[in-house]
Ligand binder design. Structure first.
Ligand SMILES: [Mg+2]
Length: 221
């Protein structure tokens, strides 16, 4: 078997609700000295770095590397603070399914707008961080396709053989478009930001409500 599986994080592996992004919004508020800097900002399927730049713009501030590094220090301390809480929980049956895929020998990687530090905290919390060989993250690009290109080139550099098939699994139409961008098959899951109707309008190869629906496709011997 030589299949590569890419996973999105929020709304796919991690259940997304109003608390999921508290460490990020707290860090942005702390950085700006405000209470609700994220109000009206759509973060769904976007790069965390792109979102940070938009928030600065809304506050008439220019982005620079020093500000970014300052923000990362605040964000990391918020992530540490929330690591002991229940803000990050598994989405649907993601954890047992990802572990089963890992045990079955699949190469798995991440494509997410989440920063790598946030991805690590979240996926360590639900116990599947070590199932993923590599990833493309929010600091690798402002747009999803650039992040996906980084993820794919990292995985290719770590594996000698080309892959027979590649899948991208995610909860938004952007994940389906990303699959198409990479020449991969798309698996849309209805547990996140976008409804089944919206996902189907982008014509994914598969559309599921639970990971166990992929058993026949990926785990049948
Ligand atoms: Mg998502």
């Amino acid at each position: 078997m030589n299949t590569l599986l890419f996973f999105d994080i929020n709304g796919t592996l991690i259940k997304r609700d109003e608390r999921t992004d508290l460490p990020y919004s707290n860090a942005v508020n702390a950085f700006l000295g405000t209470e609700n800097a994220m109000k009206g900002v759509d973060t769904s399927a976007r790069s965390d770095k792109d979102v940070f730049m938009e928030v600065l713009k809304r506050h008439k501030m220019d982005f620079n590397q020093r500000k970014w590094e300052e923000f990362l220090i605040l964000y990391t301390s918020e992530l540490k603070r929330f690591a002991g809480t229940d803000v990050w929980r598994t989405n649907a049956d993601a954890v047992p399914f990802v572990r089963a895929l890992h045990d079955a020998g699949y190469t798995m990687a991440l494509i997410s707008g989440e920063l790598s530090i946030g991805a690590e905290f979240k996926l360590k919390k639900i116990g599947i961080w070590n199932c993923f060989q590599a990833g493309g993250f929010g600091e690798d690009g402002l747009k999803r396709f650039d992040i996906a290109d980084s993820a794919l080139s990292r995985v290719m550099a770590m594996n000698n053989l080309p892959f027979d098939s590649i899948y991208v699994i995610g909860d938004t139409v952007l994940d389906i478009q990303t699959a198409r961008h990479l020449g991969a098959k798309s698996i849309a899951i209805t547990t996140g930001s976008h409804s089944r109707v919206k996902l189907l309008s982008e014509e994914p190869d598969y559309c599921i409500d639970m990971f166990s629906e992929l058993k026949d496709l990926l785990l049948s011997e």
